[in-house]
Structures are given as structure tokens and as C-alpha cells.
Design a binder for this molecule. Structure first.
Ligand code: CO8
Length: 257
């Protein structure tokens, strides 16, 4: 199996597991990733997801260059389209997704990380969209997501020059949220996932949906959506319980209801 899925309570850990090929993404791996996302999505108790790479060297070193070499134009388009669909499904997962970027995140690996809500990186992480150095362009969402995350000019510089940036630079431009020593990265990711899991689940999930939809719509549409979803939360037991508990100076255990 090229993808493993493990659970710690309500937190799913998806690991790309081809360390001998630096976790490069071939069609089989993307298929397995798709299945893992479906499994996570079907679990109503899931509160957060962590995505990482096996080994200590790479998160994901990109699309599998060896598999791409013999592709026809149609096959390349289909691989780009089908992977875009899978990464989009990951981005739109009901629950927050944290990328624990534990090394090289190049090409498709950087694009996988960008499909997550939050990126935490190890000090040895290296990011790049180096496709133009291969005669290609980003094909797993990089032309769209990088500019949305770091702004067009910085994205343009990275894509047009294929430059590799280290974790501290990725932090500086806002590509990652935080940088940790490699040995504590996964613990830090779990700590953040647990902090997310401790909040009211329906509130977190609706906030994710509204924030993501807001990025794709006008401010007016986004604010309207926010007001609508804000109102809907007053139907939940958790909102009633959370507000009452604050007033009574108690701690409320959220149920996701
Ligand atoms: N694909 C396939 N195999 C890879 C890849 C990759 N992306 N990256 C590394 N590997 C393999 C190596 O070939 C090697 O295998 P083997 O032992 O069988 O020769 C093994 O992993 C270890 O790699 P290295 O020996 O190269 O390790 P180094 O420490 O010397 O170097 C690097 C590490 C710098 C990460 C180097 O491996 C490298 O430059 N890799 C390629 C990085 C890259 O260019 N990635 C972008 C790929 S393009 C892409 O992602 C496009 C996405 C959109 C696709 C659209 C669909 C058609």
C-alpha cells in the first residue's frame, strides 16, 4: 500500500508511504489517497486530518517523474484532472486538514500540501514548484492555489524560476503556518489537531466551508453566507450548551449535535 490511514481517537493520519521513491505520486498512490479521503469523509466522528510523508527526507518529492515520462498528452491531461479532483476533495473535506511537511515538498508534493487548510513544516522542509525546469507547468493545482496562498507576485517568482525555498522562507511568505524540528513535527500537528477537535465540531466544519466559499465569492456573497450559517448554528445543541456553559462558568463537552 502506498497510502496508510491510521486513527488516534477522532484524528485521522494519512501517510504517503513510498519512502524509497521519496513518496512520489503515481496513479496508484493517487487512487489510494482518494480511497483514504473517502474513508475519512464517511467517518462522522472524525474531527481533523493530518497528511504527512513516510521517512525523514520527503513529504512528497512530486508527481512520479518516471511514470510521467512515457505519458501521451491525453494521459497527462487525465492524470492532472483526476489528481486535481482528488486534491479538491481533500481541500473540501468537512473537517480541517493539516499538512505535516516533513522534508521535500516539490511539485505535486507542494501542491498536496497546498490542498490542506494548514501547513506545518519541519526545519529540513524544502518547497518548490519546479515543473518549468522539466518543460512542464504545475498540474496538480499549483497554478491556482499558490497565488491564493502567498499572492500572485511571490507565486509567479516561484513558478517561473523553479526556485527551491527552505522552511524559514516558506514561513516568511506565508506558505506555512509554523516550523518545528523534524522530531517534534508530528507531535505539533497532533497538538493542533487536538485543539481543533476540542472545539464545537459543527461550528468548525461550517466555519471551514464558509471561509473556503468566501475565498471564491464576492465579499457581499461571503458575508451573506456567513450570516446564514451563523444563524443555522443556533439550531445546534452545542451552541446552546457552549453559550450556557460560558455564562455558568463551566466547561461544555461538545457532542457534534
Ligand atoms: N518521481 C519519481 N522518483 C523520484 C522523484 C519523483 N518526483 N523524486 C525522487 N525520486 C526517486 C529518485 O529517482 C530515486 O530513486 P532511485 O533510487 O530508484 O534512483 C529516489 O527517489 C531517491 O531520490 P534521489 O536519489 O534523487 O535523492 P536525493 O537526495 O539525491 O535528491 C531530490 C532528492 C532533490 C528531491 C531529488 O530526488 C529530486 O530532485 N526529485 C525530483 C523533484 C521534482 O522535480 N519534483 C517535481 C516533479 S514534477 C511534478 O510534481 C508535476 C506535478 C503535476 C503533474 C501533472 C500530471 C501529468
Amino acid at each position: 500500500m502506498n497510502i496508510s490511514l491510521a486513527w488516534r481517537d477522532a484524528i485521522a493520519l494519512i501517510t504517503v508511504n513510498r519512502p524509497e521513491q521519496l513518496n512520489a505520486l503515481n496513479a496508484e498512490t493517487i487512487k489510494e489517497l482518494d480511497a483514504a479521503i473517502d474513508t475519512v469523509s464517511a467517518n462522522a466522528d472524525c474531527r481533523a486530518v493530518i497528511v504527512t510523508g513516510a521517512g525523514e527526507k520527503a513529504f512528497v518529492a512530486g508527481a512520479d517523474i518516471k511514470a510521467m515520462e512515457g505519458m501521451t498528452a491525453e494521459e497527462a491531461r487525465d492524470f492532472s484532472k483526476s489528481t486535481n479532483d482528488v486534491f479538491h476533495k481533500l481541500q473540501r473535506l468537512r473537517v480541517p486538514v493539516i499538512a505535516a511537511v516533513n522534508g521535500f515538498a516539490l511539485g505535486g508534493g507542494c501542491e498536496l500540501a497546498m490542498s490542506c487548510d494548514i501547513r506545518l513544516a519541519s526545519e529540513n522542509a524544502v518547497f518548490a514548484l519546479p515543473e518549468t525546469s522539466l518543460g512542464l507547468m504545475p498540474g496538480f493545482g499549483g497554478t491556482q492555489r499558490l497565488a491564493r496562498i502567498v499572492g500572485y507576485a511571490k507565486a509567479a517568482e516561484m513558478v517561473f524560476t523553479s526556485q527551491k525555498i527552505r522552511a524559514d522562507k516558506a514561513l516568511e511568505i506565508g506558505l506555512v503556518n509554523a516550523v518545528y524540528p523534524l522530531e517534534s513535527l508530528l507531535d505539533q500537528a497532533y497538538q493542533m489537531a487536538e485543539a481543533i477537535a476540542a472545539q464545537a465540531p459543527i461550528a468548525v466544519q461550517r466555519a471551514k466551508r464558509v471561509m473556503q466559499q468566501g475565498l471564491e465569492s464576492s465579499l457581499e456573497e461571503g458575508l451573506l453566507l456567513e450570516a446564514t450559517e451563523f444563524g443555522q448554528l443556533f439550531h445546534t445543541k452545542d451552541a446552546r450548551g457552549g453559550l450556557r456553559a460560558f455564562i455558568q462558568k463551566e466547561k461544555y463537552q461538545y457532542e457534534g449535535k
